[in-house]
Write a protein of this length. Structure first.
Length: 182
């Protein structure tokens, strides 16, 4: 198994918690991600089915072969394929999905939402993300990390960040504050 991680720095680190590349034939039976935050998957390998790790065979969505956002937060989900695993996983911090997709995080619950379904006006346009995916297939992993960072940063630079501190506070406070305080 090949697992490489990249530390995101600068302004993008306010939005992205983790950026990893995972590959290998021995990963073909599945990968489980914690749902502490939304994860954008850019798959370069065999198509995946997405299921609930606690209820194998209960698919959340099958046949994910391109780019998607995981659903359901706070519980692990399982990606399963019968081929070669090769993917970039971008862990977004809590509340940051709308900065990249015209889609509230709530709308991804219990689903794996493919890029084509990210909504009209989605910041990550389907054709652009498909082009990024093609570029990632042809470059080294380190160059891929740089491509992903530049791509995501281009969206952050065009965002209204006036509410960012409130979103960040809410992401931290939901674990520490009572509902009344929120």
């Amino acid at each position: 198994m090949n697992l490489q991680s990249h530390t995101v720095r600068g302004v993008l680190a306010e939005f992205v918690d983790s950026l990893v590349f995972i590959s290998g034939k021995e990963m073909g039976t599945g990968v489980a991600f914690p749902r502490m935050h939304q994860v954008i998957i850019i798959n370069l390998g065999s198509p995946f089915g997405v299921s609930d790790v606690y209820r194998p065979g209960a698919p959340l969505r099958g046949g994910c072969d391109g780019v998607w956002i995981n659903g359901k937060q706070d519980e692990p989900f399982l990606l399963e394929n019968d081929g070669v695993t090769s993917m970039y996983a971008i862990g977004l911090k809590l509340g940051m999905v709308p900065y990249f997709a015209a889609l509230p995080a709530m709308e991804t619950n219990n689903l794996a939402v493919v890029a084509e379904d990210w909504g009209v006006g989605a910041r990550l346009r389907t054709s652009e993300i498909a082009s990024l995916r093609e570029q990632l297939m042809e470059c080294s992993v380190s160059a891929g990390f740089a491509l992903i960072e530049r791509y995501l940063l281009s969206f952050v630079r065009g965002c209204d960040l006036s509410g960012l501190q409130k979103v960040q506070w809410l992401g931290r406070a939901m674990y520490e504050q009572p509902v009344e305080a929120l």
